[in-house]
Design a protein around this ligand. Structure first.
Ligand code: AMP
Ligand code: MG
Length: 404
């Protein structure tokens, strides 16, 4: 064993440094069907107004409000996609269906439920207001209006809007390609029975899920051995096709911890230790051609917490997201939180509503190997390194993973 030569970097400074060194990936045009979940690389302005013409909101009759109380002659029909070619004049009405174009001359639509129909004669109510029951042109979107900003993620409503405006392609940021490697001679593939001293590689699957949620393409490299040359070969090959390398394990100061020296030999290690619990050995390096490497600690909870704090915001920056961080909310601690002397602690909690407040309860033992402290957790609460810890009842910041 040797003492680490890397300075302990403040967790917030480390997070800022990572973001500072993170490039935004190039833009690309993709078909709308490929754009689900992607991030817009350019503002989208409406080329024309929506709706493009006045359309009925109901099934009924299009007429002139000044004919209120009269019996009108039905002279035609306007259905969705089949406009009425004629016009509505005094004493006449056109049958209209939802989505049908409001005929020329009509200024209101009366619902079919509100009229009395006898053959081709329709009697309409006495109190009518012009402008009822139809959508005006431009009521939803004005021509030239910026409807979506660069940095917005294309979810259901956004893609619907893009399509409604007629764009079959959109400009988005390229997705990061991430190579994912688990390191450690003790690891075996999931499903195999571990031999003496062996454990199942669980980080791969946990990190795969975290990476997918962060919106990236993942290439699984599998298990890398605790052997410098073999490890180097695996990583060098993978970096050809990857923007980012994410490893787990092999970053502490034991003699078999080879990731830091490997990253030193390939690029520049900017962070080798952070004042964070769990996750002190978190390692970050930049590599040639704008690539990034994250050496996450091996303990399962440490790898996922450092992923949340450092990697996810970086991957979001690469993809052009306007918002990089998870939402943060003030919550009331429901338990006495012990603090760690020299490190900010991210404790895993569940949340419950109490009136207008959210109250945080610990998920139990916060051991960095205990994934049950994170499974089902709603938030990570930040416990600063203060003497005596933080007492129940105190308001602290929580990084929200899911709401109760
Ligand atoms: P290391 O950082 O390599 O010293 O690993 C720290 C601890 O995390 C050890 O107990 C490892 O067995 C464990 N660990 C490392 N990699 C994994 C993995 N892929 N899945 C589950 N546990 C792991
Ligand atoms: Mg190891």
């Amino acid at each position: 064993m040797r003492a680490s030569t890397y300075p302990l970097v403040d967790a917030d400074e480390a997070a800022a440094l990572v973001l500072d060194r993170t490039p935004v990936l190039p833009k690309e045009r993709v078909a709308i069907g490929e754009a689900v979940g992607r991030v817009l690389a350019a503002d989208i302005s409406a080329p024309a107004e929506l709706p493009a013409f006045a359309t009925s909101a109901v099934d009924g009759f299009a007429l002139r409000a000044s004919d209120a109380g009269e019996t009108l002659r039905v002279i035609g029909e306007s259905a969705a996609g089949r406009p009425f070619a004629g016009g509505v004049e005094r004493g006449t009405a056109a049958r209209i269906l939802t989505g049908g174009v409001l005929p020329a001359g009509a200024d209101t639509v009366v619902m079919v439920e509100d009229v009395h129909l006898a053959g081709e004669a329709v009697t309409i109510p006495r109190d009518l207001r012009a402008g009822s029951n139809f959508h005006r042109p431009g009521a939803d979107v004005k021509a030239g209006e910026v409807v979506l900003k660069a940095g917005a993620q294309l979810g259901a409503a956004e893609l619907g809007l893009v399509a409604a405006l007629g764009f079959a392609e959109v400009e988005v940021y390229r997705r990061p390609r991430v190579a994912l490697l688990s390191t450690g001679d003790e690891l075996v593939e999931v499903g195999r029975t571990p031999g003496p001293g062996q454990i199942t590689d669980s980080n791969r699957w946990a990190l795969l899920a975290a990476l997918r949620e962060a919106g990236v393409d993942v290439r699984i490299l599998g298990i890398g051995p605790d052997e410098p040359l073999a490890l180097r070969g695996l990583v060098v090959d993978a970096l050809d096709a990857a923007d980012v390398l994410v490893t787990s394990g092999g970053v502490s100061v034991g003699t078999h911890d080879l990731v830091k020296p490997l990253l030193e030999s390939l690029g520049t290690v900017h962070i080798g230790r952070v004042k964070l619990k769990p996750g002190k050995p978190f390692t970050f390096a930049t590599l040639p051609a704008g690539k990034l490497a994250f050496g996450l600690p091996g303990f399962p909870v440490s790898s996922l917490v450092t992923f949340e704090v450092f990697v996810r915001p970086s991957l979001r920056k690469m993809q052009g997201f306007a918002r990089l961080q998870r939402p943060t909310l003030p919550v009331r601690l429901g338990y006495d939180a012990r603090a760690t002397a020299d490190r900010t602690e991210y404790q895993r909690v569940t949340l419950r509503r109490e009136g207008a407040e959210l109250v945080a309860e610990t998920t139990g033992s916060q051991s960095s190997s205990r994934l049950l402290s994170l499974a089902g957790a709603h938030a990570l609460v930040r416990i600063a390194p203060v003497d005596g810890g933080v007492k129940a009842g105190t308001i602290v910041d929580a990084m929200i993973l899911a709401l109760p």
